[in-house]
Design a protein around this ligand. Sequence first.
Ligand SMILES: Nc1ncnc2c1ncn2[C@@H]1O[C@H](COP(=O)(O)OP(=O)(O)OP(=O)(O)O)[C@@H](O)[C@H]1O
Length: 577
Amino acid sequence: MKRLAVYLKPFLPRMGMGISFKAVGTLVELAIPWILSYIIDDLIPLKEIRLVCLWGGLMIVCSLIAWGGNITANRMASAVARDCTRQIRHDLFQKISYLSESRVDAFTIPSLISRMTSDTYVLHQTVGMIQRIGIRAPLLLFGGIIVSLTMDPMLTLIMVASLPIVGVIVFYVSRKGAKLFKIVQKASDSMLRVVRENAVGVRVIKALSKSDYERARFKKVNDDLTEKERTAESTMALINPVMSLLLNLGIVAVITVGAVRVNNGTSEIGKIIAFMNLYTIVLNALMAINRIFMMLSRASASSARVLEVLDTPVELFETEPHFSFLPKDAPHVEFDHVTFRYARGSFAVRNIDFALKRGETLGIIGATGAGKSTIIRLLMRYYDVSEGSVKIDGVDIRDYATSDLRAKFGVVFQNDTLFKDTIRENIRLGRNLTDEQLLEAARRAQALEFIEEQGGLDAPVAIKGANLSGGQKQRLLLARALAGDPDILLLDDSSSALDYRTDAKLREEIRLHCADATKIIIAQRISSIMHAEKIMVLENGNVIGMGTHEELMETCPLYREIGESQIGEGLAKEVRA
Ligand SMILES: Nc1ncnc2c1ncn2[C@@H]1O[C@H](COP(=O)(O)OP(=O)(O)OP(=O)(O)O)[C@@H](O)[C@H]1O
């Protein structure tokens, strides 16, 4: 918590001003019961209407000052909370965008999202609340007791005696409530997970007629959440009736003792009325202080989660290049006996060793989970190799500045993302490219025709490209990868949704127009990679075949098996196309 306090530093003057407004408003508010008692006990018996009106007017002025002070302070508090949380969110986002993939794996993406959203929201609420009631509640509590003491010490004693009872009850009920609300939060997370899975998998659920099953699954989590909410709310619902009971008992005690004291002339009627007012103020202040402690305990959990991200070391941060010249005649892309294992997993690839000259193509084929995508992730330095090295132009990729390294690639990942934006922005992705360049990339990616049908580059793309077919999405992603004429083109299963004819045209375009780019193409179809200079066959992270199509058909049984099963149907279709 203390560590995050640095975010408040720039706002200290504004906070100070807001807190001063709040203090003035609160103190003036405390004067109101005192003036009330003075009017009833001292002025009304004098029958001085003019004085009564004057002090009555002062009461109104005090109310207005208290109202104005509170509103101004609350607005300033909200502005500080908003600006401070904005900065925290900014730094968190910045940090997350520099985190290595292995760190992201360790945190998990849903957890990072909830740290960015729910946790920063709790901090936002706490910063606002501390300013709004952090000064007001103690002032009302202690100020109320002091004002009461100046009026009637005996009645004050009755009021103060009941406070520990109220404090203990409110503290225990709230503590129990906080625990129960944590359980509610977990149940709500489970419900959200089911809703999310349903929304994402709605097509498959319908296709497999699993709607009844999913409805039953949702009913279970929904009933569970409702039950936990009921328990938590009925516990918390105890607080208000208990407070009302104690308030009424306290008021009865004040009236009873007050009546005796008025009768024997040691107190006055106005003081008893003012006491009833002060008693309510003090009890509410006590509850507010309790709320602050509850909020602080939530905030300390949230700030620990936020700090955990902010304090995570960045391994792949921007660096200056660590080399002064590029070795001559080095291969363009080279994997030198690379072995890698994910933080949570066994070896994903072992002893990968290949070199590609500029302009050459490497095709990679293998079963699911064989390690194909891992090779691309290692080349782009999303992860650092466990053994060996990855080189571009003869220089270890760890010696490149990250931005220089990443600028070399045009890439389509498996299940890549389209953003809710225009077609133009989805292809351009923030790069400085003209419309002509974007359209040329779209043409090469066989996307031009459908882009024109959609209404051109300004046509909208829905979240994750939901308004496009699978093949249209892939063509748009390919256009994004081709735009900007990358040095190295990486395509991970990027043409699986294209028909054979479009796939063949695409390959021809890449061959003609990306002759200088070195290409790594992962595919399930042999026809997509059979013309590559080198083809790698992967099995369980190991290279079990490396060579041209013809060589592998001779030497690699797995490749031959895939080839024979696909070539009959695939090549026939391609020839027809
Ligand atoms: N982030 C990760 N953390 C832990 N293990 C991982 C991670 N990503 C992949 N793996 C594991 O590494 C191995 C290789 O994964 P990879 O994604 O490279 O396979 P692939 O050949 O591309 O598979 P597919 O064809 O299904 O995409 C798999 O066993 C996979 O479970």
